[in-house]
Write a protein that binds this ligand. Structure first.
Ligand SMILES: Nc1nc2c(CCc3ccccc3)c3nc[nH]c3cc2c(=O)[nH]1
Length: 373
């Protein structure tokens, strides 16, 4: 049984809305979790992140163990104190980032050794070391098991071997984590795009027993249709009473469709990463602020969103800031994007609570398909 109570307040089809209660604050679900890779949600103050409606942010074991170092974060009081974020933090276990960022990595049953992409220094991650970093040194409220994110396009045999490694690492992660009274551990489902393998991975994780279940191995190039198919045949095998977290997803349409398939938690770098490149998100998709049509457009990005960046600045001014390479451009568009994603999640939660999620989903899809004028 988990130490974090997960209350489902309403369901509508496979969609659920409720709250995941943690010692550092409640997480309203379905939840979008802004990514704070190096202990900062890039270009935002933590109080701005809080004001947008975000209840939890993400940290990255890989980045923080390389810089400033996990033991150093511990000496500074842990990631919450160090970053001044007062609420709950979820950290990834680091394996995914090793594969996407590091150099000269070698993996075996024990774990993975790699060279830092920053200064080439040598590091290693094992299930035991990852748990020590996340739970003991960074002090994450929610830790993730160390897993292998199976590459998209692998064969069923490769996906099977990979999910079995992740299950063995899941057991070792849980053994290292032990039982704690104010932190929890999530398992991660793998199995690529194969229905029988996804079921095998989900069953294996339930055998081990976790406080929450993440769906990994997606948002790795499989595309929207295949992501939805994998969700269709994976979430039914996950415990209904525990939270489901879809890692690395996604665009607004992905969130709306994944919620309809029973997902409760999401993370994506899209709002902040695209914000730094001048993309501002809406129900119709992204607009690129540098386009000529905005040069004298004195309307704000989204007057209906209670966020200064969405409501109080004209597109003309944002266009000017972006083209001038001003820091304020990244700050304001990132702030709007996080506020837009959190506003979308609030609308999703309200629609489920009202039993109107199918109507919300249909209306959203119509706007998304219509696109930017
Ligand atoms: N451990 C793990 N992480 C993934 C991430 C990073 C999510 C993350 C968590 C916390 C901070 C940053 C990023 C993925 N991002 C896109 N697809 C992803 C798949 C996996 C996966 O299969 N396993």
């Amino acid at each position: 049984m988990s130490v974090f109570a997960y209350e489902i307040h309403a369901t509508d089809g496979a969609a659920r809305t409720g709250v995941l209660k943690t010692p550092r604050g409640d997480i309203r679900t379905p939840a979008f979790m802004p990514v704070g890779t190096a202990g900062t949600v890039k270009a935002l103050y933590m109080d701005q992140v809080k004001e947008t409606g975000a209840d939890i942010i993400l940290g990255n074991t890989y980045h923080l163990m390389l810089r400033p170092g996990a033991e150093r974060v511990k000496r500074m009081g842990g990631l919450q104190k160090f970053s001044t974020w007062q609420g709950p933090i979820l950290t990834d276990s680091g394996g995914f980032q090793v594969w996407s960022l590091s150099k000269l990595r070698k993996m075996n049953e024990q774990g993975v050794t790699f060279q830092s992409h920053i200064d080439g220094s040598k590091h290693h991650l094992s299930p035991e070391r990852s748990i020590e970093i996340q739970a003991d040194l960074l002090g994450a409220d929610i830790s993730m098991q160390l897993d292998e994110c199976t590459a998209f396009g692998c064969t069923p045999a490769e996906a099977q071997a990979s999910l079995e490694l992740s299950l063995r690492w899941g057991q070792r992660s849980k053994d290292a984590f032990g039982s704690r009274d104010d932190q929890v551990l999530f398992g991660i489902v793998q199995g690529s795009v194969f229905e029988d393998l996804r079921r095998q991975s989900a069953e294996g994780l339930k055998e081990i027993g976790f406080d929450g279940y993440a769906i990994g191995g997606l948002a790795v190039g499989e595309g929207f249709e295949q992501m939805c198919d994998v969700l269709d045949f994976t979430t039914p095998h996950l415990p209904v009473e525990r939270p489901r977290y879809l890692m690395g997803v996604g665009k607004p349409i992905d969130l709306v469709e994944a919620v309809a398939r029973g997902v409760d938690m999401f993370d994506c770098v899209l709002p902040t990463r695209s914000g730094r490149h001048g993309q501002a998100w809406s129900d119709y998709g992204p607009i690129n602020i540098k386009r000529a049509e905005f040069i004298e457009d004195d309307t704000p990005l989204a007057p209906e969103i209670d966020c200064p960046a969405s409501r109080d600045y004209s597109k003309a001014y944002l266009n000017h800031l972006f083209k001038s390479g001003e820091y304020l451009s990244a700050m304001l568009i990132s702030w709007h994007n996080i506020a837009y994603f959190e506003h979308l999640m609030a609308r999703i939660r309200a629609a489920i609570a009202a039993g109107e999620y199918e109507a919300f989903r249909r209306e959203f899809r119509a706007k998304w398909d219509q696109g930017i004028a």
